[in-house]
Design a protein around this ligand. Structure first.
Ligand code: MF3
Ligand code: CO
Ligand code: CO
Length: 274
């Protein structure tokens, strides 16, 4: 999700809801189905395929499993997935242009199952990709997992941002500031806001029962983005490559549960021979 600038972050943030065991059970199912949709896409991503065809795959998969996409008709968005290619940071809109060998692409899927939201995204390689593109995808996946591993009750949201920002900047990459992770559950975008960098003026204590996403966007160049005239597509201002991975998680008594892990082990590309 997005916000205008850090200046708009409330000084006293909305109290994040604390969810019960039934909510965790619902999120486990929604998260798993979302991960299965991302697994299914692996065999479809190749040169010549259009992002609209990938949208159709997810739309059909959701329908066949009694779910639907949270993004379809969300705030005027008319597609089931976001497809963000190369210098597109997020919210790329599926279209009829064929994918090209060497592209890297984020696919972001949010499925609603029995009212619960599973929100996850991964990077995909279109054929063989340049070494610097693969390195960016590796660093970004490491950022996601370091951010997730920082979660436990007694810590606060800045522990997540510190883990992500520290790793990205050690690797000479930058963290996008204009989009953030978010609480979710029966609603798509809820408290708390999860920043992927350290912001001393905004820090929410983590408590068991919180549900949210971690979804760092990492650039090879500078962190600034701009949104194109379609009102959605966010791109890097310097046109450098950008990557993102996203998990939906819950804070447990002892740490964290990831709801959107790949059942097939397709955690990051290359996803190997099929
Ligand atoms: N799934 C995105 C997120 O991680 C939100 C996409 S909203 C859309 O929060 F309208 F652009 F699809
Ligand atoms: Co999200
Ligand atoms: Co998402």
């Amino acid at each position: 999700m997005s916000y205008d600038s850090t200046a708009t972050l409330e000084r006293r943030p909305a109290e994040p809801p604390i969810h019960d065991a039934a909510a965790f059970a619902g999120m486990r199912r929604a998260g798993r189905l979302t991960a299965e949709a991302l697994d299914l896409l692996v065999e479809h991503v190749r040169p010549g395929v259009t992002t609209q065809a990938l949208d159709d795959v997810v739309c059909g998969f959701a329908r066949d499993h009694g779910a639907f996409s949270a993004t379809l008709l969300y705030r005027g968005y008319t597609h089931s997935i976001c497809t963000s290619i190369n210098h597109v940071v997020c919210h790329g809109i599926p279209n009829d242009k064929p994918l090209r060998e060497g592209d890297i692409m984020n696919i972001d899927v949010t499925l609603i199952l029995d009212g619960w939201h599973g929100d996850s995204s991964r990077m995909y390689y279109v054929g063989e990709v340049p070494r610097r593109a693969a390195r960016l995808c590796d660093v970004t996946h490491e950022c996601l997992m370091l951010g997730v591993e920082a979660i436990r009750p007694g810590r606060s949201t800045n522990a997540i941002g510190a883990a992500i920002q520290g790793h990205a900047e050690r690797e000479r990459c930058s963290v996008v500031r204009d989009f953030c992770g978010h609480g979710l559950g029966r609603v798509f975008h809820d408290a708390p806001t999860i920043l992927h960098y350290v912001e001393p003026t905004y820090d929410v204590p983590l408590r068991a029962g919180m549900l949210f996403t971690v979804e760092p966007m990492i650039n090879l160049g500078r962190p600034q983005v701009k949104v194109l005239s379609d009102g959605w597509t966010a791109v890097t201002r310097d046109r450098s490559l950008s990557a993102q991975f996203e998990h939906t998680v819950g804070v447990t008594e002892s740490g964290v549960e990831i709801f959107t892990l790949s059942p097939k082990g397709y955690h990051k590309p290359p996803y190997g021979p099929l």
